[in-house]
Design a protein around this ligand. Structure first.
Ligand code: UGA
Length: 435
């Protein structure tokens, strides 16, 4: 069994490393030469817990990487895991999917085997049937279902938990015709995860499941953020207790009810936008999704208001921003709300000093010398008029009153409510807590 993977980003590289470390023969292809160079030496091109160790094991066992798609000429499966970013107007940009599919189509023309092409990239409904399938048939001069298989297999892994989620997913979704290729992929997953539920459906439904999943998660976050904003103006209330209480209702569930500065990252914002655009293009008014996005966008204003309420004017004030990674345990800052916050604060004339345990290098690419960078929390707090906690890194919840002594004013704005218990004696405002 040989598994090919096209696109070695989070999904592709984690999937490849897990499969290869379990003994499958895996060939990974990516057009980015730098990335391939780094992977070959056992260094992941991004930070993801557990990946470094696993990649080294995978390379020792059965993982080969290349920039050449021709390496995949003998594969049983070819997983497509390239990115589907948002275009400027928020629609899905399928150009990378298209060019990778063309290359796979050319390859199919030459191979003697009958591989199964598996679309793991997040694509809007109709993409597999109306874009990927015709390209593959046209380029290869072969027939789907006979000479090659085509299955949609959306991915649900989270950054920072990518290895665990790949090793033990909560679900596998397969969108396909009921053919021999489906049976083969089902067997691969069954061998790999004997107990995981597998949902078999058609292409379009599988594609929509991915968007419904991410959009529902975004909806939960915007919902609790809206409640947090209500709490903030009702003295004595707090969103923590509300979330904890409603989370006990099994129909609601505890997860994804942490109010904060809004959802960021490379997936939730882009997928809500793409589904909104897709719905509109099909004549459906996406009222709820629009509201989810609007609440998310407005959340940053709420944080600015909180800062203003304790700091007054922003001009010439030193503000320490703690955290720019879009969530803890990653160095990924794509669509991070902290970026928007810093931009707004700079506009208002504040001076920013930023700390993040992993993402400072990524931040430097965005802000260069417009802000300062601190390698320790203490360094970030020194001479600061106000500290804003953005990413819920564990180390920030350990900050004590004494650590704030180095600040000019002991003022903390806590968008994640990490310091509620340590707040006595400091000027403290937390998102979602009525004063
Ligand atoms: C998300 C989904 O959770 C994955 O299931 C999906 O596979 C992935 O997108 C994808 O489409 O590739 P990820 O982007 O890694 O995963 O991040 P999440 O853990 O979902 O967090 C997204 C954002 O929501 C973060 O900014 C986080 O801080 C925020 N969030 C999350 C909250 O503000 N409150 C919460 O309760 C949970």
């Amino acid at each position: 069994m040989i598994v090919g993977i096209v696109g070695l980003g989070f999904v592709g590289l984690c999937f490849a490393s897990v499969l290869a470390s379990k003994g499958y023969k895996v060939i990974g292809v990516d057009s980015d030469k730098q990335k391939i160079k780094s992977i070959k030496t056992g260094v992941p091109p991004f930070f993801e817990p557990k990946l470094g160790k696993l990649l080294k094991i995978a390379l020792k066992k059965n993982f080969v990487v290349s920039t050449q798609i021709s390496y995949l000429n003998n594969c049983d499966f070819i997983f497509l895991t390239v990115g589907t970013p948002a275009s400027k107007i928020g629609k899905i940009d399928l150009s990378i999917v298209k060019s990778a599919t063309e290359e796979i189509g050319e390859l199919l023309k030459k191979v003697k085997t009958r591989p199964c092409i598996v679309v793991k990239s997040t694509v809007v409904p109709n993409t597999t049937r109306n874009l990927i399938l015709p390209i593959l048939e046209k380029k290869s001069l072969k027939k789907v279902g006979k000479d090659f298989g085509l299955i949609t297999n959306p991915e649900f892994l989270r950054e920072s938990k990518a290895i665990d989620d790949t090793t033990k997913p909560h679900l596998v979704v397969l969108g396909s015709a009921r053919d021999k290729f489906l049976k083969k992929l089902e067997k691969l997953y069954r061998d790999f995860h004997p107990k995981v539920p597998i949902i078999i459906t058609n292409y379009e439904t599988a594609e929509l499941i991915k968007y419904a999943n991410n959009s529902f998660l975004a909806t939960k976050i915007s919902f609790i953020n809206q409640i947090a904003n209500i709490c903030q103006v009702v003295p004595g209330t707090n969103v923590e207790d509300v979330a904890r209480a409603i989370g006990y209702d099994p129909r609601i569930g505890k997860l994804f009810l942490n109010a904060g500065p809004g959802y960021g990252g490379s997936c939730l914002p882009k997928d809500v936008k793409a589904l909104t655009n897709f719905a509109s293009s099909m004549g459906i008014k996406p009222t709820l999704l629009n509201a989810v996005e609007q609440v998310n966008k407005n959340q940053i204003k709420n944080i600015i208001k909180l800062i203003e309420s304790v700091l007054g004017k922003f001009k010439q004030k030193n503000i320490s921003v703690l955290g720019i990674a879009f969530k803890p345990e990653t160095d990924d800052i794509r669509d991070s709300v902290s970026i928007d916050l810093i931009k707004l604060l700079l506009k208002k004339g504040a001076k920013i000093i930023l700390h993040d345990p992993k993402a400072i290098e990524s931040a430097k690419n965005v802000f260069e010398n417009k802000i300062s960078y601190a390698s320790s929390i203490k360094g970030a707090l020194r001479n600061s008029h106000c500290c804003v906690i953005m990413t819920p890194w564990k180390q920030y919840s350990r900050i004590q009153k004494n650590d704030l002594k180095v600040m000019k004013n002991r003022v903390v704005i806590d968008s994640r409510r990490l310091l509620i218990k340590n707040a006595a004696g400091i000027k403290y405002r937390a998102l979602g807590m009525g004063t």
